[in-house]
Design a protein around this ligand. Structure first.
Ligand code: S3P
Length: 448
């Protein structure tokens, strides 16, 4: 795995196109992939994972679990096997654990390591070292772990000495699945019960997967509870396609008058389908076909036909269900008639980059009128986008959203700094070329 600092600087060149068609599959869900190997390493026996996302973030989780002594093998067909011997079999790493760009790895592993009686240090790249950690440090410390971080525990590196934990009842002020999951992963190692209450329900993959591994979890309203010290048993699972990756193709097809695409095997967990709801509110034609359940997660094929989109209002309640899709949604808003207001989105300021500022700045370069407020975006859509040079700012979802915008521009668009896309969606450019060959997406090495 390369550190972002070591990445070659690459750009995409794209042209507008008026046709988007075909049947595709997107790579495995990032959140579910992380959790599958973490829970596999905490369980007893074999966990076999099919469709694991081979992106840098999830490979980083594999790397760190191996440094903790987990036995993980990979077969050529993208199948990962974890031979778990319970959390007690994990051992003190002899080096710093560098998780690159992955906030999920850092926060979830903080929860796991809080319960282990040894010393470890978690760190990441420059972007991750600027992201807030008190949200996990405070509850894990209250449960009995000793954790130090920069600025009083606010920023990584985090130095953790875990040990005997007590269950807690914790109310988190932010709707964050990473925070909830960190507390639950500590809770399963603690004595007694652990309860987490969040202001708005965030993605519930951890709760679902803990159940699949044999633990009892309960949800009452916005509170989820788990009993400590239960024994987890390894499972076989298939990771569904990531709706956050599908989102770029959903938006491209929804806004293109001559489009008809099928995205197969996408996870449609209701805590993740805010993007479907938002696009439908804007007039998009999206149908869910072959809806089924796989390993406790709903999965479907999504068919999208082009339509005329119109602006809408996205309120705070919906944000956790589309938290990673706002860059894609902003492109849909730019292509829709009228104004779109996205509010209650302050969490976007502490993602891989400040996504509210990044969207306002980069979409502005394509002639889109975007105003970023403290926690909001106001986008005036319906005008023709112009060509130009835009920057991902090192954020994978910004890079992909900008590539989708380029399909609708009036001239050539150059998206700079696109190597970051490999963190969540290796093969994105190839898939885009497949469904929208007219865009002629081409990757070039930057001169400098
Ligand atoms: C994730 C939770 C979300 C999301 C991230 C993945 C997870 O982060 O943005 O990409 O897998 O738990 P927050 O918990 O910070 O909202």
């Amino acid at each position: 795995m390369m550190n972002p600092g070591e990445r070659s600087v690459r750009s995409w060149l794209l042209h507008p196109t008026e046709k988007i068609a075909g049947a595709i599959r997107v790579p495995g869900d990032k959140s579910i992939s992380h959790r599958s190997v973490i829970l596999g390493a905490m369980a007893h026996g074999l966990t076999e994972i099919h469709g694991f996302l081979q992106g840098e973030d999830c490979l980083g989780t594999l790397h760190v679990l191996r440094a903790l002594g987990a036995e993980i093998t990979e077969s050529g067909q993208g199948c990962i096997r974890v031979l778990g011997r319970g959390p007690e079999a994990l051992c003190e790493p002899d080096t710093i654990l560098d998780v690159g760009n992955s906030g999920t790895t850092l926060r979830l592993l903080a929860g796991l390591l809080a319960g282990r009686p040894f010393f470890s240090v978690l760190t990441g790249d420059a972007s991750l070292r600027r992201r807030p950690m008190r949200r996990v440090v405070d509850p894990l410390t209250a449960m009995g772990a000793t954790i130090f971080g920069r600025a009083g525990g606010q920023y990584p590196p985090l130095a953790i000495h875990g040990g005997e934990l007590r269950g807690i009842a914790w109310t988190t002020p932010v709707a964050s699945a990473q925070v909830k999951s960190a507390i639950l992963l500590a809770g399963v190692q603690a004595t007694g019960e652990t309860h987490v209450t969040e202001p708005i329900l965030s993605r519930d993959h951890t709760e679902r997967m803990l159940r699949a591994f044999g633990l009892l979890t309960r949800r009452r309203g916005r509170t989820v509870s788990v009993s400590g010290r239960g024994r987890m048993q390894g499972i076989r699972m298939v990771v569904p396609g990531d709706i956050s990756s599908a989102a770029f193709f959903l938006v491209a097809a929804a806004a293109c008058s001559d489009a008809d695409i099928l995205i197969q095997d996408v996870g449609v967990n209701p805590t993740r389908t805010g993007i479907l709801e938002a696009l439908r509110r804007m007039g998009a034609s999206i149908t869910e076909e072959r809806v089924r359940a796989e390993g406790g997660e709903p999965v479907a094929d999504l068919r999208v036909r082009g339509a005329r989109l119109h602006g809408t209002t996205i309120e705070a309640e919906l944000i956790p269900r589309l938290i990673d899709e706002v860059p894609a949604l902003a492109i849909a808003a730019a292509l829709a008639e009228g104004e779109t207001l996205i509010s209650g989105a302050a969490e976007l300021r502490v993602k891989e980059v400040d996504r509210l500022a990044a969207l306002a700045g980069e979409l502005g370069k394509l002639g889109i009128s975007v105003a970023a407020g403290q926690d909001s975006l106001r986008i005036l859509g319906g005008r023709r986008l112009c060509g130009g040079v835009v920057q991902s700012r090192g954020d994978h979802r910004m890079a992909m959203a900008l590539a989708i915008a380029a399909l609708f521009a009036q001239g050539e668009v150059r998206v700079e700094d696109v190597a970051c896309v490999d963190t969540s969606f290796p093969g994105f450019a190839r898939l885009l070329a497949e469904v929208a060959p007219g865009c002629g997406i081409r990757e070039i090495e930057d001169a400098n």
